[in-house]
Design a protein around this ligand. Structure first.
Ligand SMILES: Cc1cc2nc3c(=O)[nH]c(=O)nc-3n(C[C@H](O)[C@H](O)[C@H](O)COP(=O)(O)O)c2cc1C
Length: 334
């Protein structure tokens, strides 16, 4: 949340809290349906912008730990984007990507405020991780898979906080049959990308894909591995599980381990989101575990299963993917 300051022609100030989305050269603010006494065009902020486009916006973080305090202030000129413009639809998409609550609101019918920043000042611990400070359900609803990252580094302590959440996932007999390989250096990620790319090429060619498509998909996957500042390879480690004389129970034990790896992954994804990071999931290692172990020089007892990409999304995160309705998923047998 930020605060938007506008002033009328006489310079009388007005400040309101706002939700916002960031594009490369603009900041967008929706005029939404939250209960308001007046029409969009009569809102004081809208009238002020029409009279005087000079605005300021601050976004800040307050924390009990004052070493985490921080704010940014942007000054610039504001415009109202009409619903008929391309920029308006792009802004609506960005806002819905960031705030899932907007998906159920008709913000596309109202103008969007676009701030064109001219100057920005900041203060405080902007590089320290913040917390969304949201309840767990908000975190679950807000998280989404991110596939493009800024080149901004992720501090080691934050990666460890994410893996701390993974550590607390439920697991069969509480044995935690997983290990997490953290890959940060470019050379390491390159080795992994080469090893997995080789295997994927063979598979795609076996599927009869054209050379052009094979090339494009391989390049896309490599880009993701190289752009994400941190990769976490989730591996199964089955040595501590119970052993059984029969194949069926042995299989069940492994399935439970895989199920718990999924729980650890989800804990990590939610923690990452809560810590202000973005994350994605790649299944590629599952299809060439031996190659991955070899490329990274891992203990051969580890079975690579999934790769989490961690970093800061380039732009606001993409829109949430739709889900099946609960009616379709729940089977009542009361
Ligand atoms: C087991 C598993 C494997 C996945 N593999 C990939 C993958 O290889 N590449 C990818 O882009 N996304 C992958 N995903 C992410 C899903 O595509 C994504 O979670 C889904 O589309 C829902 O979108 P959301 O995470 O943004 O809600 C995987 C997810 C899971 C659970």
């Amino acid at each position: 949340m930020a605060r938007l300051a506008t002033a009328d022609a006489a310079g009388k100030p007005h400040v309101v809290p706002v939700c916002f989305a960031l594009a490369r050269s603009s900041i967008f603010i929706a005029i939404d349906e939250k209960p308001k006494k007046v029409r969009a065009s009569d809102l004081k902020r809208v009238r002020n912008i029409l009279e005087n486009p000079e605005v300021a916006l601050t976004a800040d973080r307050y924390a009990e730990d004052w070493s985490l305090l921080a704010f940014v202030m942007v000054r610039g000129r504001a415009e109202l984007l009409g619903p008929e413009t391309d920029e308006h639809s792009g802004a609506v998409r960005l806002l819905r990507g960031k705030y899932h609550q907007y998906e159920a609101m008709r913000i596309e019918d109202n103008p969007v405020i676009a701030i064109r920043p001219e100057r920005a000042v900041s203060w405080g611990a902007l590089d320290k991780p913040g917390s969304h400070d949201a309840g767990v359900l908000d975190t679950i609803h807000g998280r989404r898979s991110v596939r493009r990252y800024l080149s901004k580094k992720v501090p080691k302590e934050i990666v460890e906080q994410v893996l701390e959440a993974a550590r607390w996932a439920p697991s069969p007999h509480g044995r935690q049959p997983w290990r997490f390989a953290v890959l940060r250096r470019e050379e390491t990620r390159e080795r992994l990308a080469d090893a997995m790319g080789e295997e994927w090429r063979v598979n795609l060619e076996m599927d009869g894909q054209s050379q052009e498509i094979v090339q494009r998909r391989l390049e896309g996957s490599r880009r993701r591995l190289m752009e994400a500042p941190v990769l976490v390879l989730l591996c199964l480690y089955l040595e501590d599980l119970d052993d059984y004389p029969d194949a069926e129970r042995r299989r069940g034990e492994i399935t439970m381990a895989v199920q718990s790896l999924g729980a650890a992954a989800q804990n990590a994804l939610l923690a990452a989101y809560d810590l202000g990071l973005d994350a994605g999931w790649m299944c590629a290692p599952l299809f060439c575990p031996g190659k991955v172990v070899e490329a990274l020089g891992l203990d051969p007892k580890l079975v690579p299963h999934a790769l989490l990409t961690l970093g800061y999304a380039e732009g606001d995160p993409p829109r949430r993917r739709a889900r099946r309705s609960l009616d379709e998923l729940i089977i009542y047998r009361d």
